[in-house]
Write a protein that binds this ligand. Structure first.
Ligand code: ADP
Ligand code: MG
Length: 722
């Protein structure tokens, strides 16, 4: 209700307003917002004064940057503030709506054309003042603009005009929003807005106060003002996320008891001595970081990031051996059967000659018992493995999600490795950890999560904020960098197949990746089949070609993979099922058809299937259109997964990582993973030092309250289970 007697400052307390106070103050205190508009605002997701204040301008118009129509130049983007003279709707020859608008700055006129924006006719009424930003061009001798950005500025004054997101549907204009926000700010004036962040932190980063920030983001006097305001408010957002992550991590560590593994001993020594190559510097550093965690009774919860081929398997094995050496068990979970099979081959190879001490044996030692558990393993064999897991006679279990099924129990699971974790749901990962706690002593195992999809450091700090991160940023020596070529004309495609045939004739092997059809697996399989038929009849006729796709039975897939591994098949035509972890060093070329459809991370993963041996490898990215895809260009320019991850983040723009990996869209409105690297870094460090001194935030009740207010229990569950 619109009741002028009620003012915000009539609330009981006189202390500065907290976010909770602001959240509890309804829109009825904003006089200007009448009933009908209030419903519209609620539609827009704005229900309280806090929501209103947190509706930030999407950009600003700086009047000092504007020019007159007379000064417009063809091809040079510019801003003019003008009055609408007329707007008319037409239909183009091919039936599309076209709106022609004439505007004036008092001296000259400019005509503007909008295609496919029928609503502009009604929106832009004669007499209305608008800011128009666009690139003018010459059209039959006169300057005009096509589809420019238009903001209604109305009678707003001031040098810098905030432009709010506006919604046609809920009929709220940027001008109305601006008015209510100004009203809300005014009403907050007497009590002021509380600042819950420790003064020392604010001073250290030279931030403005929260009160100033809320004012200046909406009513900036200059560009510097809104920039400083945004940084302060964005910092608050990331600080809250970090406090949450760091706080929960600290709590989890306090409350759970883990193993204090012995990381020095015969088994690990024997393993290191038997390695056919020296560890890379990054492997040494990473293993040291992991062993420090393993030796402490605090359960490890660590992410190992490493580009394809950086040697993560070895680090995983070193981790598992620490548990096995102490008489416990270890498990590694992979997302697919192909990958689990491959791990089994690789890990058995690495551990072949090792012996564990066993007093029940004549010589006091026995070989390691390593078992593979997938859904393919059935009958007596499965029974025996399950029994071995339960009685402790299986030392290392390798498997798929079959490892976390109800029937599986471990005697004493001391370390868990989860490979390629982005393939697993959050739930599945925590299930393996829970499983371990069900074992006899109830200790929490050490967990190492491995990913071959590097993510930028800032994103890692947020998305994996409750994990410690180790990074394998060095490839083993002796790799020949992959040569990546962009192929997009018939002549180039001809030349590519000729090079591929030359590699095949030299005894090497080749992958051909079929076009990605995200909409339908069925279509994708059909297109893979078509690619296979075409190649076997034309460009690769006479060579042995295999086909691998997601709709094949697992026995069939395995047969195809085995034949390729043994070099009985020369060419593997496949859908993206080969993306993860396949390791055949003799394959030296990869052709990716319709590469423009794939994302950077996916292309990088695919490409990582070649270049695994000493031979020179090639990757061909075939695209249909003549336009260079920036993603394809990125792949041609770099083979460094971390560089590509940064580029990916840049190309995809703001917030994508958050929305993919984390549901809390509301958590970061202003902060951007890409732009605010420094803020995220600071927030991380500040959160760590705040939590170290005061884990429950008892001395910072306002901050504590803000976290309670802004993060739902569900958010917390989500953030901390990853
Ligand atoms: P990732 O899983 O990180 O993609 P892998 O663990 O499969 O990588 O290792 C890729 C290849 O590199 C394997 O063939 C492995 O034997 C080899 N490798 C691992 N570490 C080293 C090293 N320090 N020196 C030489 N080769 C190594
Ligand atoms: Mg691997």
């Amino acid at each position: 209700m619109d009741n002028p007697c009620i003012h915000i400052y009539s609330a009981l307390s006189n202390s500065p307003l907290t976010l909770r106070d602001l959240d509890e103050i309804g829109l009825d205190r904003i006089h200007e917002a009448k009933e009908k508009k209030k419903a519209a605002l609620e539609n827009f997701g704005i229900q309280s004064v806090l929501d209103l204040l947190e509706t930030y301008p999407r950009r600003y118009i700086d009047r000092t940057n504007m020019i007159t129509i007379a000064d417009l130049e063809p091809g040079v983007p510019a801003l003019v503030i003008v009055t609408v003279e007329s707007s008319k709707l037409f239909t183009t020859r091919n039936g599309k709506p076209m709106v022609k608008v004439v505007v004036t700055d008092g001296h000259r006129k400019l005509s503007i054309t909008f295609f496919n924006q029928k609503w502009r006719e009604k929106e832009l009424q004669p007499g209305m003042e608008v800011a128009v930003f666009g690139k003018p061009d010459l059209y039959s001798g006169a300057l005009q603009m096509t589809n420019p950005v238009v903001d209604r500025v109305g009678d707003q004054t001031g040098r810098i005009l905030p432009i709010y997101p506006q919604s046609e549907k809920s009929r709220i204009t940027t001008k109305e929003l601006g008015k209510w926000i100004v009203d809300a700010l005014k009403k907050c004036g007497p009590r002021g807005i509380a600042d819950p962040v420790p003064q020392s932190v604010i001073d250290a980063h030279e931030f403005v106060s929260r009160q100033v920030a809320f004012h200046d983001i909406h009513l900036p006097e200059s560009n510097d003002h809104h920039i400083a305001a945004r940084r302060r408010l964005a910092f608050d957002e990331v600080l809250r996320v970090q406090l949450m992550l760091v706080g929960r991590k600290a709590q989890w560590e306090r409350e759970s008891a883990g193993f204090a593994h012995d990381t020095k001993g015969h088994l690990i020594d024997g393993f290191m001595k038997a390695l056919p190559f020296p560890l890379t510097g990054a492997q040494k550093r990473t293993i040291k970081e992991i062993y420090k965690d393993l030796a402490s009774p605090r359960p490890m919860h660590r992410l190992l990031q490493g580009d394809v081929g950086s040697g993560k398997t070895l680090v995983a094995v070193a981790t598992m051996l620490a548990a096995v050496q102490g008489g416990h068990q270890a498990a590694i979970m992979a997302p697919t059967e192909v990958l689990a099979d491959q791990h089994a081959i690789g890990i058995r190879g690495l551990l072949d000659s090792l012996q564990v001490s066993d007093d029940s044996q004549l010589f006091g030692a026995r070989g390691l018992r390593i078992e593979l558990l997938t859904n393919k393993v059935t009958g007596e064999q499965r029974k025996s493995i399950l029994a071995g897991l339960a009685d402790g006679s299986v030392d290392i279990a390798i498997g798929t999600h079959a490892l976390i099924q109800d029937k599986v129990s471990f005697k004493s699971l001391g370390a868990v490795v989860v490979d390629e974790q982005h393939r697993f749901g959050v739930e599945q990962r925590s299930r393996l950890r829970d499983k371990a706690q069900e074992s006899e002593h109830g200790l929490v195992p050490d967990v190492l999560v491995m990913t071959a999809t590097p993510i930028p450091r800032t994103a890692a700090m947020t998305v994996y904020g409750d994990l410690d991160v180790s990074t394998l940023d060095e490839l083993p020596p002796g790799r020949t960098p992959i040569v990546t070529t962009w192929v997009n004309s018939p002549v180039e495609i001809e030349a590519m197949w000729a090079s591929v045939r030359a590699r095949l004739d030299a005894g090497e092997q080749v992958y051909v990746v079929c076009p990605l059809i995200e909409e339908s697996e069925k279509l994708e399989v059909a297109s893979a089949q078509e690619t296979y038929d075409q190649l076997t009849h034309a460009d690769l006729a006479g060579y042995t070609v295999g086909l691998l796709h997601g709709r094949m039975a697992s026995a069939e897939k395995e047969a195809v993979m085995t034949s390729f591994r043994k070099n009985q098949t020369q060419v593997l035509v496949a859908t993206t099922v080969i993306e993860v972890g396949v390791d055949v060093p003799n394959s030296t070329s990869m052709v990716i058809l319709d590469a423009g459809r794939f994302g950077i991370a996916q292309l990088h993963q695919l490409r990582g299937r070649v270049g695994r041996g000493a031979l020179q490898s090639h990757c061909y990215l075939v695209t249909q259109t003549a336009d260079a895809s920036p993603r394809v260009e990125a792949l041609v320019a770099s083979t460094d997964g971390f560089v590509l991850a940064e580029e990916d983040l840049r190309l995809r723009g703001e917030g994508t990582i958050m929305s993919v990996n984390q549901k809390g869209e509301s958590d970061l409105t202003l902060a951007s993973l890409q732009r605010d690297f420094d803020l995220i870094q600071w927030a991380r460090e500040d959160a760590v030092s705040i939590i170290a001194k005061d884990p429950m935030l008892e001395t910072l009740p306002l901050l504590r309250d803000e976290l309670d207010l802004l993060f739902s229990a569900e958010d917390e569950e989500f953030l901390f289970k990853s």
